[in-house]
Write a protein that binds this ligand. Sequence first.
Ligand SMILES: [Zn+2]
Ligand SMILES: [Zn+2]
Length: 373
Amino acid sequence: MRPKIKAILAIILVVVLMISLFVGIHVNDQIGDRYTEAVSQRKFANIAYYNKSLNEFISPEKLIMAKERTTGGDPGFLRFFKRSPYAPKTELPIINLERSDFSESPGDFAVYWFGHSTALMELDGHRILMDPVFENAGPLPGITKRFGNPPAQREDLPKIDVLIITHDHYDHLEANTIKYFAPMDMKFIVPLGVGARLVSWGVSEDKIIELGWHESYKFGSTEVTACPGVHYSGRSNKDRNKTLWASYVIKGAQKSVFWSGDTGYSNHFKEIGAKYGPFDVAFVEIDAWNNGWPNTHLFPNQVIKVVEDVSAKLLFPIHLGTFDLALHPWKESIQTVSELADKSQIDIITPVMGQKIIPGTTRTTRWWQQIVD
Ligand SMILES: [Zn+2]
Ligand SMILES: [Zn+2]
């Protein structure tokens, strides 16, 4: 081989190695740390829903995976790299928010939904940010692309008092968002084990409250209680169920809400209703169901049962409008759920992303019906 060709090949090899190294470091950073096995076993040894020998948290129901029953086409991992055929063809409506659109001091009860499971809640004069995700839902650009921009960027938000994470999946926990909030004077409430991820992204331990199921944290008149869910966790192929997932009960002085997190249907909802209900609002995940993974998420008819089980006055659907995770047309779930809610005489609130909602007062439209795909 000529020396010139040898030199070119050597340069290409070095470039490829450097890119691989950079990508590897970046992906590892996005995954975040987890406790070592020894630390997990020490911390979680006495927890009924933790399997010490596997070093894994256990779902109340075993998750079923039946690839042959999957509806909607290719369920393989590669679909997350492609533009989804189920995504909207046009931009969905949003109400753009700037810092000045938020009131000086937070009110007693209001909600802004930012798309998918991200929402800003005002309760008892606190600002609570739920599952904040502003970019794509993956460890590298181009993986699980958003349908469109969120109504506000992180920098547009007013001061947050408490940030709550339901679990460590990428569509709920975003490393760059945690890094942005890490230096700020606020608390981070997360399920067991997720704290290690936050520490690796710069959050100091004294700001993190890790909760197990039925454990609570109180700030002022507001109490947050983590509750069970039928789901799983993980940010890589090596860390399934190493951290916990949760639904939440958030009780203020006057108002009380249930936040479903990601979950399949099970009798845990009736137990939550009996123990912590009734609720003014149930925020329930409605989109990501598939016959191939029948108890990982809720089917539309189960969403209605959840509202009844937990005894909620109002259904606020979440987990829609931003990512295609489950191979069905983007507006199928919200349309079906709203029809079923009407049939069951359940009040449902369906805001445009960015719309300020006073639950029980603000009226919303069925905005998705105006969009022709
Ligand atoms: Zn999710
Ligand atoms: Zn999930």
